[in-house]
Ligand binder design. Structure first.
Ligand SMILES: [Zn+2]
Length: 405
């Protein structure tokens, strides 16, 4: 039987690496900082910071960028992270499509592509196509330090398998850890899509620092959430913590594929929204839609033109998203909830209802403080999230993963 450490200890070298990582993470967020500012933020002496920074400069991870105005108007040398020397590949895998993008660790996008596949297609063939594309990008971009892969949840993180994939059972037996662990000479890190979205918002979402706890609420084809609490992703025992889409909001509701009844996902996913809209607004769907996200855009467009029925349909979905937010607040006490993915289009019709529900159903001390926002990320949050999975891991061990050039 595999031995598990009861209590994790830290060696002095671990502590040094943790401090280097903290500096790198501060610079990832603030672009340019002085040594004195970093010392203040970390609560360490400037002498310690000077030593740690010297190593990071020697390794080529951090650079000096001339004189900037520091504390108390003193002029000091600025420091910046050499983000452009450290690229990551993000891979988003979903039910009908896989997307691949090259980013740097500050979140700048270099290139992206999408490949559609059918659910009847041989899984091996799809995986080979994905790996071939990654290999091509690794040849093209020599500064790639890691690869992040975002999969639909619930993903059994320790085992490497997707536990339940609605309408794509052939993928159930694929072990993603085995598939990718020796495939490239770069590390591959894997998380489920809502966790990826949470990391994307944490690293690239520009929600202000310091930030104690962020919950990403994914409302798309699936419904789920990811929680970053005090700088760490909440994982749980098997890696499937915070599967809010399968929390029941009606004990007697219809049966969900997970075995539970009346799961939240059945009420506010893209499918639930479209089912309702096709009944109430058949005129919008006379022409076949390209994909579900485009179908949601049609409803939002109609609402923006003043179509009362479209507005009502969106508000009804928002009510359920609001119930989800109440659960997230009671379970995780987030400082901010960021709602993302395809259903989150048309925020002007969703947010007022969501906030009203939260105000009615949580204690005032909580509802007055929690921020609820719609994702403002320009790129698909799950693809961005795949890059954030890799970014998160490499920034935690700069000496191991970041470029030494
Ligand atoms: Zn369920």
């Amino acid at each position: 039987m595999k031995k598990v450490k009861e209590v994790a200890g830290n060696n002095t070298s671990d502590l040094t690496e943790m401090n280097r990582s903290a500096i790198v993470r501060i610079l990832q967020q603030r672009e340019v900082c002085t040594r004195a500012e970093i010392a203040k933020m970390m609560g360490l002496t400037q002498a310690s910071i000077t030593k740690l920074v010297a190593y990071l400069i020697d390794m080529g991870i951090v650079s000096e960028v001339g004189i900037v105005k520091g504390n108390g108007n003193r002029r000091s040398i600025g420091l910046r992270l050499n983000a452009e020397k450290n690229l990551v590949i993000g891979v988003k895998f979903s039910r009908h499509v896989f997307a691949i993008g090259v980013f740097d660790i500050s979140g700048k996008l270099y290139t992206q592509s999408e490949t559609e596949f059918s659910l009847d297609e041989n899984t091996g063939k799809v995986l080979t196509a994905m790996k071939d594309q990654i290999r091509k990008l690794l040849d093209e971009y020599e500064n790639v330090v890691a690869i992040g892969l975002a999969l639909p949840g619930p993903y059994l993180r320790k085992e490497g398998r997707i536990a339940m994939v609605t309408r794509m059972p052939s993928w159930h037996n694929i072990n993603f850890i085995d598939e990718f662990k020796n495939e490239f000479d770069k590390p591959v890190f894997i998380e489920q899509d809502a966790n990826a979205g949470a990391l994307a918002e944490w690293w690239f979402g520009d929600h202000g620092r310091p930030l104690s706890s962020l919950t990403y609420f994914l409302v798309g084809e699936g419904v789920g959430s990811g929680v970053v609490d005090h700088d760490s992703l909440l994982l749980g025992y098997q890696g499937i913590a915070s599967e809010v889409g399968h929390i029941s909001i009606d004990f007697n509701g219809s049966t969900c594929e997970c075995g539970n009844k009346g799961c939240l996902e059945l009420y506010c996913s893209t499918m639930a929204l479209l089912k309702k809209a096709e009944k109430e607004l058949p005129e919008l769907f006379k022409e076949k839609y390209e994909n579900r996200s485009e179908a949601v855009s049609r409803i939002v467009e109609a609402a923006r033109k003043g179509n009362e029925k479209a507005i009502r349909v969106l508000q009804e979905i928002a009510t359920y998203i609001g119930y989800g937010c109440v659960t997230l607040i009671n379970a995780y006490d987030p400082e901010i909830i960021v709602i993302g993915d395809s259903v989150s289009q048309g925020d002007e019709f969703l947010l007022p209802t969501i906030k009203k529900i939260v105000e009615e159903r949580t204690i005032p001390e909580v509802s007055s403080k929690v921020r609820i926002e719609i994702s403002r990320l320009k790129v698909d949050p799950t693809l961005y999230g795949a890059a954030a999975i890799a970014t998160d891991r490499v920034l935690r061990k700069p000496s191991e993963y970041l470029a030494s050039n």
